[in-house]
Every structure is written in C-alpha cells, then in structure tokens.
Design a protein around this ligand. Structure first.
Ligand code: CP
Length: 309
C-alpha cells in the first residue's frame, strides 16, 4: 500500500514527488466524496485532532475543521487569544496539556518560522503545519498545484509566475518547492525590495516587469502584500505598487493568450488584483478554496494511516 514518506507535514521541502502524487490521488477520491449528498466518510472515527491557531485565519482554519469532520474525526479547536498562552504558558506545555487529553494529531498555525518543526521534536503527535510565519504553508501549496492540475491537466511543463511580496510569503516558498518538484517552470515578479536575494538559488527566474511576466506565464499566482509583516516601507506607496504590480482587467485582456489567475486569499481588492479580475472566468480563486478541503482531507487521512501503524 502507498504511504507518505513523512510522519508530519512540516513543509513541502520535506516531501518528495511521489508524496505529492499520492496526496493528489487521495484528494481526487475525497473530492468525489464531498460532492455527494452525504459528504462524510467514517475513516477517522478513532482519531482526535486539535487545531491550534496562534495567528488569524479564515480559509485554512475552516477548511481543516471541515476536512476533519468530513473524515469523522473528533475535533477540538484552540485559539491563542482566548487561551492560557496569554498567561505565559509555553508552546510545549500548552500542546502537552492538550495531548494528555488523548489527542493524536495537531494542526498548527504559528507566527514563528520553524514552530511546527520544533513541536514535532518535543511532543508525541503527528504535526501538520498550517502556516509558520514567513516560512512554509504546505497545504496551501498543495491545493494550489492541485488546482492547476485540475484546470490545465498537469503541472509539469507549465509556466507559473508568483507575483508580489515574495520576501514575507510562506505561500511563495511552499509553492516554489511544490511546483519545482512537479517540473513546472517558475518565475517570481515584484518590487526588487520584496524579492529575497537568494531566490534564484531555488531555481526560479526573476522578472520585475509585470507585463513580461504575464506574457510568459500560463498561471499567475497573485500574492497579497503582507502589511502585518512589514517592519519598514518596501515601496513608496500602495498606489505605485498597484500601478506596477497590480493586475486589472485591461491588462489581462491585452495579453496575447488567456492565463489562469490564482490568489491564496485574503485578497486586497484593488491592490494586487481588481475585483473584475478576481471574479473573472479566468480566476480559479474559489476553486482553490474548494480544493483545500479535499487536499486537507487527503493529508490528514494519509498521516493518520501512519499513526495507526
Ligand atoms: N490562504 C490562507 O492561508 O488564508 P487564511 O489566512 O484565511 O487561512
């Protein structure tokens, strides 16, 4: 039987190409399940999962919870703002207290890069990284590639440009790892100040002219400027950013071919993309959200299979 090469999902950089294909094939089956009138399977009736969110989330949090419930797991939710973390409790103490209630798996979003790796070394549970600071967001990258595969048939050989704040983006890093593993051609595009100096060492091209980047690509993944992570000003003004790196309908329609528009959310409408682009027929933004449930079901199911061994 096929199984993942890892016991935790801490980042795409720990996966191999076979892991990604296994996750996609498993997600295909769950996508079929969640489109049935009864959207639930009994697969994880004996598994308890804690969702620990130390940072805000809409899509990831709801999507993990729904995925767990669709698999019939028992679910507990933890929000740092309403917890004893506010009284000074450490991450390991918090998690070990939760695990003593017989929890098998922890899904965690945390503002600190490496928080998931740290936890995996200190507690006895399967850990799923739901976003760790500006480091990785593996399930987002998986659902992004899965959505490209669904729309274009394959990821291999496709030209994908990731546009925007690459420097602070865990979505960019996880996408680069995932797309490269699957044989896509990847470029990044944004203000030079928001492109890390090491980015070309990851095997991606750099393009600072948005029109050229869009003419080259099959898919443009538009990122939000992570204002909450900006300690200084990286560009003169939001207006100038939008003029140089925002996609509007006139620009989209002027390209020589029809490209696919993606965005991980949350969108700053009118900044990185206009509403008529976000809501256009070229946009697969809501397909990404839909696919997030099937992908997270697949990840949890495959990791739970390893707990049961
Ligand atoms: N894409 C994403 O991670 O969105 P949330 O922050 O709402 O979970």
């Amino acid at each position: 039987m096929s199984e993942l090469s890892v016991n935790h999902l801490l980042g795409i950089k720990y996966l191999n190409e076979k892991d990604i294909q296994l996750i996609f094939e498993t997600a295909d089956q769950f996508k079929e399940v969640i489109n049935r009138p009864i959207k639930k399977v009994p697969s994880l009736r004996d598994i308890t999962i804690a969702n620990l969110f130390f940072e805000n989330s809409t899509r990831t949090k709801l999507s993990f919870e729904l995925a767990e419930k669709r698999l019939s797991a028992d679910v507990i939710n933890f929000s740092a703002s309403q917890s004893s973390v506010k009284k000074g409790e450490t991450l390991i103490d918090t998690v070990n207290n939760i695990l003593s209630m017989k929890v098998d798996m922890v899904v965690m979003r945390h503002p600190n890069p490496g928080a998931g790796v740290f936890l995996s070394k200190h507690v006895n549970a399967s850990i799923v990284n739901a976003g760790d600071g500006a480091h990785e967001h593996p399930t987002q990258a998986l659902l992004d590639s899965y959505s490209i595969r669904e729309k274009l048939g394959d990821v291999a050989g496709k030209n994908v440009v990731i546009v925007g704040d690459i420097l602070h983006s865990r979505v960019a890093l996880s996408n680069i790892f995932a797309l490269k593993l699957q044989g896509a051609n990847v470029k990044v595009c944004g203000p030079k100040t928001l492109l890390p100096t090491y980015i070309e060492s990851l095997g991606v091209g750099v393009e600072t002219n948005l029109r050229k980047a869009l003419e080259w690509c099959d898919v443009a993944n538009m990122l939000r400027v992570q204002n909450e992570r900006l300690d200084i000003s990286y560009f003169p003004s939001t207006r100038e950013y939008t003029q140089l790196f925002g996609v509007n309908k006139a620009l989209l329609d002027s390209l020589s071919k029809e490209i696919v528009i993606m965005h991980p959310g949350p969108i700053n409408r009118g900044v990185e993309i206009t509403s008529d682009v976000a809501d256009s027929k070229q946009s697969i933004i809501l397909n990404q959200v839909e696919n997030g449930v099937a992908i997270r079901m697949a990840v949890i199911y495959l990791l739970a299979a390893k707990i049961k061994q």
